[in-house]
Design a protein around this ligand. Structure first.
Ligand code: TRP
Length: 333
């Protein structure tokens, strides 16, 4: 029997998920499940979330919401364990050892650190600085082969490989070197108000993003207000980033290619096109929202999912930590 490739990925429960998160991450995870060559672990990265100040009650709410959305989007916990990072102590344990094998210099070069320092100038805490070390621990604990991540996380994957190599060289082969997994499809969805920046829930203008749990009315309204250009042709091109972004969204939810979309809307204006995009998005999200509502009224089931996930994750992760502790010279307890 051939070994399955191990996948690990995570999302922070730091707020409501956007359509961009869904198309760029969650939906690809669901897709990966249908391929038998992979074995995946999906993590709710709650430890990472507190690098930015959170209100405890919001964090609790966002954590349960995200768990329900993982399931509503179609992740099958019987195939892929889903767990909270904070339920697996090995993440923090390995993180410490790895931090002793990571240089201040390489951490200060992380673009996300530099960005976050600017955004949260009043709270430049040590966790923000060592964030990539915790992420390296997340990945290396599971000996992951592949890590599905967005472009903004590629640098974190590179440092993970550097840390792993350094440890392997110093203490003998211990960690598998993970590869980023950038999915074939999975267009980058941009802000509806500024198509040069990524769709993000931290956008101060809420018309810039669509949330997975937005009502149909809100979705229609936001898409109608999306910025386009002074022309009227539904096609790609210079200065047409807004329309192109709507086309990417339409393509992502209908499976149609950009060429097909241009042909379909040839001679029709932005009004017709926007109505079609809005309807397609509403229909894509409807079953997810229904499932989400159903799950949120079944707390026992949610608890069962994350407990079972943590149990499996703990087993794998503890094995790695024991190996690491032994290699660095700690006395076996
Ligand atoms: N840092 C990732 C993000 O903000 C989330 C994350 C934490 C993650 N640990 C991970 C992603 C491990 C992949 C693998 O998007």
């Amino acid at each position: 029997m051939s070994e399955k490739k191990r996948i690990l990925s995570g999302i922070q429960p730091s707020g409501a998920l956007t359509l961009g998160n869904y198309v760029g991450a969650l939906r690809n995870w669901v897709e990966l499940q249908t391929e038998d060559e992979y074995e995946a672990f999906y993590m709710l990265a709650d430890l990472h979330t507190i690098t930015v100040r959170q209100e405890a009650k919001n964090l609790r709410k966002n954590s349960m919401d995200l768990l329900a959305l993982f399931l509503a989007a179609g992740i099958d916990p019987e195939k892929s364990p889903i767990f909270f990072q904070s339920h697996v102590p090995a993440h923090v344990e390995l993180s410490w050892v790895l931090s002793c094998n990571t240089y201040m210099g390489e951490l200060s070069r992380m673009t996300q650190f530099k960005d976050k320092c600017q955004k949260h100038a009043d709270n430049i805490n040590a966790g923000l600085f060592t964030y990539p070390v915790l992420m390296a621990a997340d990945i290396l604990l599971y000996q992951a082969d592949l890590v599905p991540v967005g472009h903004d996380q590629k640098q974190h994957l590179e440092i993970t490989r550097d840390i792993a190599k350094r440890f392997n060289n110093a203490y003998s082969e211990t960690f598998k070197l993970p590869e980023p997994y950038i999915p074939k499809v999975g267009a980058r969805i941009m802000s509806l108000q500024d198509p040069t920046s990524k769709m993000s829930k931290s956008d101060p203008n809420e018309n810039g993003y669509i949330l997975l749990l937005d009502t149909p009315d809100a979705i229609v309204r936001k898409i109608k207000r999306a910025v386009t250009d002074s022309g009227s042709d539904v096609r790609r091109g210079e200065g047409k980033e807004g329309v192109e972004n709507l086309m990417s969204i339409f393509s992502a939810v209908t499976g149609k290619t950009m060429d097909e979309i241009e042909a379909e809307f040839d001679g029709k204006g932005y009004g017709d096109f926007k109505s079609a995009v809005a309807e397609a998005v509403v229909e894509e999200l409807r079953p997810i929202q229904e499932k989400y509502n159903e799950l949120m009224s079944n707390r026992d089931y949610l608890q069962q999912v994350y407990r079972q996930g943590a149990q499996i994750a703990n087993r794998v992760a503890m094995k790695t930590v024991s190996k690491v502790y032994r290699k660095v010279g700690f006395i076996q307890p």
